[in-house]
Design a protein. Sequence first.
Length: 161
Amino acid sequence: MKDEYKKDLSWSGSNKKRINALSKSLQKNRRTDHIINDLHHDVFEKIDCLSCGNCCRTTGPMLLNKDIERLSRHLKVRENAFVETYLREDEDGDFVFKSMPCPFLQEDNYCSVYEHRPKACRAYPHTDQKGQLGIMHITRKNSRVCPAVSQIFQVLVELDS
């Protein structure tokens, strides 16, 4: 991971209280989706996910039945064999990878199943979606995993000052 990305994640870890306070003030702003979505696009013009891969090393996605079907078909294995080999049920009864990093993450941070990856991976870090207020607790956590989300919060904190 690039040093600048490590600094971003460190900033998020050091500024949890500021991020939490900002998140509360964003709850009152009807333009929160628009603001965060715009920042998402600005930040991802500069961030190279392949230079990081932290999400794939640390944050296991929830796999839906459709994800399991798609990945099993791609890997040419039966669904029950896929589940047995790669997945476990978490405390909520959802399927997640048995261990991290992701079994499909390659050394160069490329995903060996990229075209068939789970829906949660496709949507990560979720900052370009509608309904930001409803997932703000997830976005706050993601700021300590994803340098792009950290940069979004850095800009938001700066604008709020």
